[in-house]
Design a protein around this ligand. Structure first.
Ligand code: PEP
Ligand code: MN
Length: 362
């Protein structure tokens, strides 16, 4: 699933090659007027590449607006005609795929609640066998990269060549600042596994509110994502779904204007040589750190031998608490976060325990 399959994974048609790719969204298609007015106002901003609308909406609880259904597809066809922009919708069943293709939808996406279910992904994949349409796949609801990769593989296996990923954050229990925690290391790992696959960020579903949209969008750009999928509504407060995270087309244009798109690479020689020097320093420091960690483990080995001779347990909780408290204090003074110190020391401590365990039990 790694680099060797990457050439299959790019959204390769010319029209999808633009970067950043901006997909703007009606969360749900509600009425013909809403779809057409949003589309027209979005198109007017000149900043949108693809129009999106939820036609069938997977809602957590019954009784909420579950999408306008088939009735909305001609509205989208009309929006496409008026604006000249391609359109994309979410599909979750074989019937959705059939209807979408019938209405000439340009791009499809699988939602988080679909990716999480291999039966559904397979059903959609089977319905797409032999069809050349770009498909974006959202991360599953919970942080499970194998499920996300599995979804991609299912699409690849039926011959879909244009596949992209959407990062919409991961569900977590309790109130946090985000509707879905971004857990940035997970999309970064997916980028490592599929280096040439389009990776889009969906700040709307990460944030669940308007206030954080801009900063999350910027963060994804700084992490070299290829584009954004953001929801927009002509009357945000009265949207039939996800009202809190909608912004008007005009506010959205402002938000996009405020973003700074950086490049992953440059050919500017002064910058490149400064970067090379700094990277050399980093390599040097990393080498030293590894040497020191190796030395630390040798001391741990000695302690292990000592404990073995004196019949003492490997773990002494008080000592471990002391180490953590001391390191947190020192680390914070050096500008290192508590979270980092705790993760780093957990890893070092586990390695020490493994070393000592080997000595005591081998
Ligand atoms: C959506 O895109 O409107 C949606 C339902 O999102 P998700 O699948 O990320 O929950
Ligand atoms: Mn939504």
């Amino acid at each position: 699933m790694q680099a060797e399959t990457k050439s299959m994974n790019v959204l390769m048609h010319e029209k999808w090659k633009k970067r950043p790719l901006i997909i703007i969204v009606h969360c749900s298609a509600e009425t013909e007027e809403q779809v057409l007015e949003t589309a027209t106002r979005l198109a007017k901003t000149g900043k949108v590449d693809v129009l999106r609308a939820g036609i069938w909406k997977p809602r957590t609880k019954p009784g909420l607006f579950e999408g306008i259904g088939m009735k909305g597809l001609p509205w989208l066809a009309q929006a496409k005609k008026i604006t000249g922009l391609p359109v994309t919708i979410e599909v979750a069943t074989a019937k959705h795929v059939e209807d979408a293709l019938h209405f000439d939808i340009d791009m499809l996406w699988l939602g988080a609640r679909t990716t999480v279910n291999p039966f559904s992904v397979q059903e959609v994949a089977d319905a797409l066998r032999g069809v050349d349409v770009p498909v974006l796949i959202k991360n599953p609801v919970h942080p499970d990269l194998d499920l996300w990769c599995g979804g991609i593989e299912r699409l690849q296996k039926v011959g879909i060549k244009q596949i992209g990923m959407i990062h919409r954050g991961f569900s977590n229990y309790g109130n946090t600042e985000f509707r879905n925690a971004p857990m940035w290391h997970l999309p970064i790992e997916m980028k490592r596994r599929f280096p040439e696959m389009l990776l889009i960020c969906d700040p709307s579903h990460i944030c669940g509110n308007r206030a954080l949209l801009q900063s999350i969008a910027q963060k994804s750009i700084d992490l070299d994502f290829d584009g954004l999928m953001i929801e927009s509504h002509i009357d945000p407060d009265n949207a039939w779904s996800d009202a809190k995270q909608q912004v008007t087309p005009e506010r959205l244009a402002e938000l996009l204007d405020g973003l700074i798109w950086r490049h992953e690479n440059t050919t500017e020689s002064e910058f490149l040589s400064a970067l090379a020097t700094l990277r050399e320093q980093i390599n040097h420091i990393d080498d030293e750190l590894l040497l020191l960690i190796g030395q630390r483990m040798k001391v741990a080995d000695k302690i292990g031998e000592y404990k073995k001779d004196n019949n003492i347990t490997i773990l002494q909780t008080n000592r471990w608490n002391d180490i953590l408290a001391r390191a947190t204090k020192k680390g914070e003074a050096l500008g290192l976060s508590k979270e980092f110190i705790s993760k780093y020391f957990d890893a070092v401590h586990l390695e020490s325990i493994n070393h000592q365990n080997k000595i005591m039990n081998d």
